[in-house]
Design a protein around this ligand. Structure first.
Ligand SMILES: [Zn+2]
Length: 508
């Protein structure tokens, strides 16, 4: 197999590879081608045992290093490079080494032959409480979504629904190789809802940024929610759950829109507890009346903010984001489906901003990152082709698959303020690693590793997932997850949420 891969990689490289950095060795070069009352009963029933991982369930010996051996390694770190065939050594929660032929006699070996080994995907915006409402609105517009998901069902959510939704979405992330996700959480109808949502993330074992947001209310005016404590409760959450930044869960604030003064007041609550900010711009009052300019006129934008959608921002607002050092999240698939506007990939690139990617809502968007990568690639290329066909003599460059893979990993890590820890396979970073099978009929025989991941793969290729050195998926199966209990839990939560929201429970 090694010989075959070598031969394929060389061929592909000869065809013209745009992804190799000048620092790479020849060997590396070869591979680069390639409202309810608190009801904690369900939550309590899942504490501890259901998700506790032991050597018996993971096959992972505590304390022993893990050697991921013989995979085609895409490190996404240009200083480390990529390898036709190499090993990744994991010691504790960290990546200890990435190179060919690592000797580690004491290590537990994970055979990575016939796989691409790369960093886990990083999502920068997903409303995870909706994990029990998947595919409920396949034909809905943004207005339908707000009316049904937020103002009808969300306003009636119980804390256990928030818990179940988050758990569902988080396990789904791990299953498809999304090892880090920003939970854009606007379901905080009461402090108990916050506790439930965080509990769901904790139990899943995913690496998550919990972005604390507003409640939902039937009127659409979240301030009317009777038991909410937004945003002041962020101080309690910081103390209770996020006292350390050196843990799998970190804290952001998810900001609502509104008047500039009100927005800045909310941002202050975040900054007072050292939390970064994430905000939708491109829905409601944003995007068409220069709200970012108005905010900036009162208080300059800072580097601690991620801007989502951005489809209808004006040129001045784009420049403000760039100059402030802010980050951008593009949810391209949902933006095309639900009417946010054209995904602004080219605009971001023209402004000098490398965007991150996000799923946004599982109510009409698949939970995987292969969809996100292909959507952004095809839309940007379509835009460039259209300009060429219209006679543009100086069109932008086509996006490459390598760039898209960077958006899906390292740029996501940057926007989530986790670039020190994840996003690349770099020694010293946390071991968030995925193994993607190349011996499946959708990709074999593999001719180009980056091409295989971006253009051909899907969730069925996700074989193994590690988060902070812990094996969370192995041989295509989640590790340590009691699926019958999860299935029962999610179905019960779905029934309860739709009943309480007085929404039809039919499935057709
Ligand atoms: Zn969103």
């Amino acid at each position: 197999m090694t010989q075959l891969r070598n031969s394929q990689a060389s061929t592909t490289h000869d065809l013209g590879c745009m992804c190799c950095s000048p620092q790479m060795s020849r060997r590396q070069f070869l591979c680069t081608t390639a409202a309810g009352a608190a009801a904690p009963a369900i939550a309590a029933s899942f504490a501890g045992t259901a998700f506790a991982q032991s050597a018996a369930t993971t096959g992972q010996a505590p304390g022993r290093p893990i050697l991921i051996k013989g995979g085609c390694v895409l490190s996404i770190d240009r200083a480390v490079g990529d390898f036709e065939q190499a090993d990744v050594l994991v010691e504790g929660s960290k990546i200890a080494a990435v190179r060919p032929n690592i000797s580690a006699p004491n290590a537990e070996v994970i055979d990575a032959s016939n796989t691409v080994v790369m960093p886990g995907f990083v999502d920068t915006h997903r409303h995870m409480w909706q994990g029990i409402l998947r595919n409920i609105l396949p034909d809905g517009s943004l207005q339908d979504y707000i009316r049904v998901v937020q103002r009808t069902i969300g306003q009636a959510y119980t804390p256990d629904d928030a818990y179940a939704g988050n758990l569902s979405s988080a396990l789904g992330c791990i299953d498809v190789g999304v090892t880090t996700v920003l939970d854009w959480s606007h379901i905080h109808n009461s402090p108990e809802h916050s506790d439930g949502a965080i509990k769901g993330l904790q139990e899943s074992g995913v690496r998550a940024v919990f972005a604390y947001g507003t409640p939902q209310h039937a009127s659409g005016n979240w301030t009317q929610a009777p038991r909410h404590k937004y945003p002041d409760d962020i101080a309690r959450l910081r103390r209770q759950y996020f006292s350390s930044d050196d843990q799998l869960l970190t804290l952001f604030l998810a900001s609502p829109g509104g008047a500039p003064e009100a927005i800045l007041k909310t941002w202050k609550a975040a900054r007072d507890v050292g939390a970064r900010i994430t905000i939708h711009v491109g829905v409601g009052e944003f995007g068409r009346n220069a709200l970012l300019e108005k905010i900036h006129a009162i208080e300059p934008l800072r580097a601690d903010t991620t801007y989502i959608h951005c489809c209808t921002l004006n040129d001045t607002e784009w420049k403000l984001i760039k100059d402030s050092g802010g980050t951008v999240s593009i949810a391209s698939y949902v933006e095309t489906l639900m009417g946010h506007g054209n995904p602004p990939t080219q605009k971001a690139l023209d402004t000098g901003i490398r965007p991150s990617l996000s799923v946004d809502v599982e109510t009409s968007v698949p939970n995987d990152f292969f969809t996100q990568m292909r959507t952004i690639l095809s839309l940007q290329k379509n835009e460039v082709w259209a300009r060429r066909l219209a006679g543009d003599k100086n069109p932008p460059k086509f996006l490459t698959t390598r760039e898209v893979l960077e958006f899906a990993t390292v740029e996501g890590a940057r926007a989530n303020a986790l670039e020190r820890k994840v996003g690349t396979l770099t020694p010293g970073k946390d071991a968030d690693i995925i193994l993607l099978r190349t011996d499946r009929l959708n990709v074999m025989p593999m001719n180009n590793a980056v091409g295989a991941v971006v253009t051909s793969m899907g969730p069925q290729n996700v074989d193994t997932v590690l988060i902070a050195g812990k094996v969370k998926k192995r041989n295509g199966q989640l590790v340590g997850v009691d699926m019958p209990r999860i299935t029962r839990l999610l179905n019960e939560a779905r029934e309860r949420a739709l009943t309480n929201g007085n929404y039809p429970r039919t499935r057709i």
